[in-house]
Write a protein that binds this ligand. Structure first.
Ligand code: M6R
Length: 359
């Protein structure tokens, strides 16, 4: 039940710190080891390339995960949309391993991919929130998200859970391979930090509600921008805002704007920038200024160690590879308050179903 919450979406956003702690309890004992099946690790270790396949928010979580698998586990990784991959399979590596990400475990496009790759004899892992779901039953391996039931159509806690569980697997494989990057990532500690950071942001939700009032009084279009890992984060932030508030929102790689899309910026168009990456912070700031010079109403969402006094939302610092865990929280709240402000049914946006069981 929603309990005292007006909508499931707000309840589920609010549950994210607890979900992070559940994932710690399920997978990361205090001795620094990782609880992942030895068979799964052996099979994954034999792969020369990981293919992550998913739809919607799960696809966006996979994009974040690809950085983890490459940087923590040294495993080359590609991320694909299930609806494309089912019918236009790329040339595969010699020893592919498939990771299907699906909150529901029932998405038809993802199932189609699973059936195809199983037919070809390739190993498949499903990460899902739903034990006993179709994708879980048909895959060789399952890792559960432990997010608890997600009722709102807009996926929130399943996204952060998918990132965290991918981090668990990347860490486990990296340790199995004896990699320094995996040993250096104290995931138990980092996920606890992320949980605390999420809580801090939830506690500031009235401030975010005020910002929504200022930035989205009546806007038809908006943009989220970011570079590096802030780019997939921008894609997810944009999906949240458009699906629940019907504000047409695009997520963009900050450096790509001036190759065409900046033509869309008008007086007061909201442009929201994620800045969590040291290497590209200055570049993203200058891209944002370019939009401001053309009339954009800019908002910055910035990691604490990069923050300046004029920034709008400050994100508690976490390990750079996990910045999306905290970065997404204000964007989820922005989407929620924008929809609420318009009097929309936040949990059941028009034209959408919770799980998409047709191709
Ligand atoms: O259950 P799945 O993770 O396979 O669902 C995938 C998408 O349908 C889902 O993430 C959808 O994009 C959500 N409405 C996003 O909030």
């Amino acid at each position: 039940s929603k309990g005292t919450y007006p909508y499931y979406m707000l309840k589920e956003i609010d549950e994210q710190p607890a979900v992070m702690r559940r994932i710690v309890d399920a997978y990361l004992p205090a001795d620094g080891s990782v609880t992942v099946s030895a068979d799964l690790l052996t099979a994954l270790d034999q792969a020369d390339r990981l293919y992550i396949v998913a739809a919607g928010t799960s696809y966006h979580a996979g994009l974040v995960g690809s950085y983890l698998f490459e940087q923590v586990a040294g495993l080359p990784t590609e991320v694909h949309l299930a609806s494309e991959f089912g019918y236009h399979m790329p040339l595969l590596s010699a020893h592919p391993f498939f990771l299907l990400l699906s909150q529901s475990g029932e998405t038809a496009d993802s199932r189609e991919v699973l059936v195809n790759v199983k037919k070809q004899g390739y190993p498949v892992l499903t990460m899902t929130n739903t034990a006993g779901s179709t994708l879980s039953r048909e895959a060789d391996y399952t890792m559960l998200l432990h997010a608890g039931p997600e009722i709102a159509v807009a996926s929130t806690k399943a996204y952060t859970a998918q990132i965290a569980v991918q981090a668990v697997l990347a860490k486990a494989l990296g340790l199995h391979r004896n990699l320094t990057a995996a040993k250096a990532l104290n995931l138990r500690h980092e996920l606890s930090l992320a949980a605390a950071g999420m809580q801090t942001l939830m506690d500031e939700k009235d401030q975010i509600k005020n910002l929504v009032g200022q930035y989205f009084p009546n806007q038809a279009h908006a943009f989220y921008i970011g570079r590096g890992e802030d780019y997939p984060l921008s894609l997810e932030a944009a999906l949240k805002l458009k699906e629940v508030s019907y504000v047409h929102t695009e997520g963009f790689a900050a450096g790509e704007l001036k190759h065409g899309t900046i033509a869309l910026i008008e007086e007061d168009t909201p442009v929201l920038a994620f800045i969590t990456d040291d290497a590209t912070a200055a570049h993203t700031r200058s891209n944002l200024q370019e939009t401001e010079a053309r009339g954009a109403h800019t908002m910055t969402i910035v990691s604490e160690h990069l923050a300046q006094p004029t920034d709008n939302i400050v994100l508690p610092d976490v390990a750079p590879l996990l910045s999306a865990l905290v970065g997404i929280v204000p964007a989820q709240l922005i989407a929620y308050y924008a929809a609420l402000g318009k009097g929309l049914d936040v949990d059941k946006p028009r034209n959408l179903a919770k799980s998409v069981t047709v191709e």
